[in-house]
Design a protein around this ligand. Structure first.
Ligand code: ATP
Length: 230
């Protein structure tokens, strides 16, 4: 995918680096030359420019890229101006970072496709993980549903997914199972453990000790699932 990242503060730079690592074609822009310099050699297009200037955005082909991320938080006016220019250029998808609720509201009203508040979102995620210690990971996928990772309880080991009837009992859907499988050498001895992700699992799949469920859980079942005994 071709992604443009405007603003190379902590969030913008980390995002651009993660996108480059994942093999995307990344264009980075910042008005601060020192920040842009860090990307020279990592990506083909690292530009020092004021992104509120729509001629700059047009000449860099912003209208043609798959996603543009506006990672300008502090300067709300600049963030808004850039988003408006991007919309005028017909950008397919705009994701913008907001500094606070007010900024988020303005960006949403403008029609930005996705508004993120990284500090708030990541703080909530950590608070969620603290609140549900039995979940090794979990995140909201809609207002009322979460994806949850939890160790398969001892009581479930040796049973088939079908027999647990989780859908009827808890309204929970098993999306996948993480399992550690042994790696054998030529003598037949175990040399290592390799994680496999079985998704979607067969209803006849028998659960093994050490398995981890990946579940789709409605909000009103979260408390109950969190109490499953290890
Ligand atoms: P973080 O918390 O992720 O570090 P931040 O919200 O504190 O980010 P900001 O000061 O909002 O950071 O700005 C992010 C980056 O955006 C800065 O590096 C800044 O130079 C750049 N920036 C701000 N306005 C513009 C603009 N008009 N054109 C290009 N880059 C800009």
């Amino acid at each position: 995918m071709q992604v443009m990242v405007i603003g190379l503060g902590r969030f913008g730079s980390s995002l651009a680096e993660a996108l480059i690592e994942r093999g995307h074609e990344v264009i980075v822009i910042d008005k601060d030359e020192n920040l842009v310099q860090r990307f020279v050699g990592k990506t083909d297009t690292a530009v020092v420019a004021d992104a509120t200037n729509d001629t700059v955005l047009r000449s860099l082909g912003a209208g043609e890229v798959d996603v543009v991320v506006v990672a300008i938080g502090d300067d709300v006016e600049a963030s808004v101006l850039v988003c408006i220019s991007l919309m005028d250029l017909g950008v397919k998808k705009i994701i913008a970072k907001a500094e606070d609720e007010r900024h988020a509201k303005i960006l949403t009203r403008l029609g930005v496709n996705q508004v993120v508040q990284p500090e708030r979102d990541s703080a909530r995620h950590v608070a969620d993980l603290i609140s549900y210690p039995s979940f090794s990971d979990w995140f909201l996928v809609s207002e009322n549903h979460s994806i949850v990772e939890i160790k398969v309880p001892k009581d479930f080991v040796g049973k088939r997914i079908r027999d647990l009837d989780l859908r009827r009992r808890y309204n929970v859907l098993v999306i996948g199972i993480r399992r550690k499988e042994p790696v054998f050498d030529r003598k037949g001895e175990i040399t290592d453990l390799k994680e496999v992700f079985i998704a979607p699992p067969d209803p006849d799949e028998e659960l093994q000790e050490g398995d981890t469920f990946v579940l789709l859980v409605p909000s009103d079942s979260l408390e109950e699932v969190a109490r499953w005994k290890d």
